[in-house]
Design a protein. Sequence first.
Length: 311
Amino acid sequence: MGTTAIFTIGELARRTGLPVKTIRFYSDEGLLPPTDRTDAGYRLYDATAMARLELVRTLRELGLGLADVEAALSRSTTVGELANRHVEALDEQIRRLRLRRAVLRAVAKRDSELEEVNLMNRLASMSDEERKRLVDEFWDEMVSGLEIDPQFYERMRAGKPDLPDDPSPEQLEAWIEFAELVQDPAFRTLIRAMSETQARQIADGEFHPPADAWQQHWPSWVSRAETALAAGEAPTSETGQTLAADIATATARAGQDPASPGFRAEMADRFAASGDPRAERYWQLLATINGWPPVPTAQPAVRFMIAALRG
């Protein structure tokens, strides 16, 4: 009959590669009870204990705490149940690490001050409900007390930031920038001014014809301006002035002269206000956050049309 192999704690350390201190700790915690002891009281372990030690090491490397390792070894819970619980914990940890990475990347990119770092961290940690409430509160303030076109602003409010459960770093960074944008006093002043302009136009009976024309023709106007830019044409060229004339004709109300320099200057001012790059950035960031198709910039085309209208 063969003799069962017995190992001292030092021999167990050499065979497994684990430090003696670690093995002693596991033994003291009850995860690796000694098989026997020498007359001097030194702990001894057999091959079964060695296999148990390898299992403990594996579970610890996977990140399980001592209590979970003990539960698995005592069979009070299955390894599969522990694994599921640990996957959930790891998912949450990964989510938080990605949030931190997004904040740190933004901090590095902007060389932020301490106060801004704190703000960005709070923004990144917001829940879905908090993100949507932030946008609702923004639009509530933008239209408070104003008679505006309800369908137009319903479309504006419909775009809500909706981060997926596993957002990319770019989506998290876009959310931080978006949240800062809607809380920026200068941006709020810009959008509020647009709302007040629309309210005045509605009160004067001037809103719907130009607004309809704006919505219907805007893609075509941008495309024509981009084509002219690509061809190296100036806003004062025949192509640029033809585009300006078409814009003026489509947006002129009854009694207004589309050829009037004053009217065209008014349209140029409206283009400058509604085509503000911050308003465009609002939708570009939402597209990134929500995984929508990218929103290309129309800024060069807007500048071309403004210059063409000013002649």
